[in-house]
Design a protein. Structure first.
Length: 224
């Protein structure tokens, strides 16, 4: 694995006044539940692709992950895969998803410090809002942008841009995420990137991604 490029000029600076968060792998540990759903659905409709379901990266949009799991030979089953996944994940297992340690406490403290916060996530809107309501987090976030909450599916960069257009104060903050795509989207948006090293992207190739700061737990945002 290549070494990450750190922006040394930002490491010693305190956090600015705004934060945009990724969701899966940053605020919530959804890996176990999502892998369970991927594997159960794959075993049902494309059992020969089960090894792909066991090793897929958590973070990309559901449609993209499903296409990688199914491969070219089974891509005609994509719509059925998505339908079965949503029925299992959203309707049966979603509330088993757990926040990372101290997330609720950290969000509360940041909120009390009057730090505006938003979310930009590839997770679909329905399960995202279910979890946020379940945890009691809605009051902490000014904007919650999900990949499917507009007429056209958006990528992470586009979601960040939509936040910046409607809430310009976020231009002066940070994006907090755990995968290379999070870092790239943050870099393209010219927002300093905070890497959540406890998430799902630690073994990805981070060459070329500029990281302003690396945190080992969410409460490190407070410790600064």
């Amino acid at each position: 694995m290549h070494s990450t490029k750190y922006s040394r000029g930002l490491l010693d600076k305190p956090l600015n006044k705004t934060l945009i968060f990724d969701f899966d792998g940053t605020l919530v540990d959804s890996k176990k539940i999502i892998y369970q759903c991927f594997q159960e659905v794959t075993e049902k409709i494309a059992p020969l692709r089960l090894s792909y379901a066991k090793n897929i990266l958590i973070g990309p949009p559901l449609r993209d992950a499903a296409l990688k799991i199914l491969g070219q030979d089974h891509k005609n089953k994509l719509n059925n895969f998505i339908k079965l996944f949503i029925a299992l994940h959203d309707d049966q297992l979603i509330l088993n998803t757990q926040p990372y340690p101290n997330v609720t406490e950290t969000l509360k403290i940041l909120h009390e410090q009057n730090i505006p916060m938003s979310i930009a996530t590839n997770k679909r809107q329905s399960p995202t809002l279910k979890l946020i309501d379940h945890y009691g987090w809605k009051k902490y976030f000014k904007k919650i942008e999900c990949s499917d909450d507009k007429k056209k599916i958006r990528n992470k960069y586009q979601m960040i841009q939509d936040i910046l257009k409607t809430n310009p104060e976020f231009i002066y903050g940070y994006y907090v995420g755990d995968t290379v795509s999070d870092g790239i989207s943050s870099n393209l948006s010219k927002i300093p990137f905070i890497k959540a090293s406890y998430g799902y992207g630690e073994n990805q190739d981070w060459e070329g991604v500029v990281v302003a700061k690396k945190i080992n737990k969410i409460s490190d945002l407070i410790d600064d």
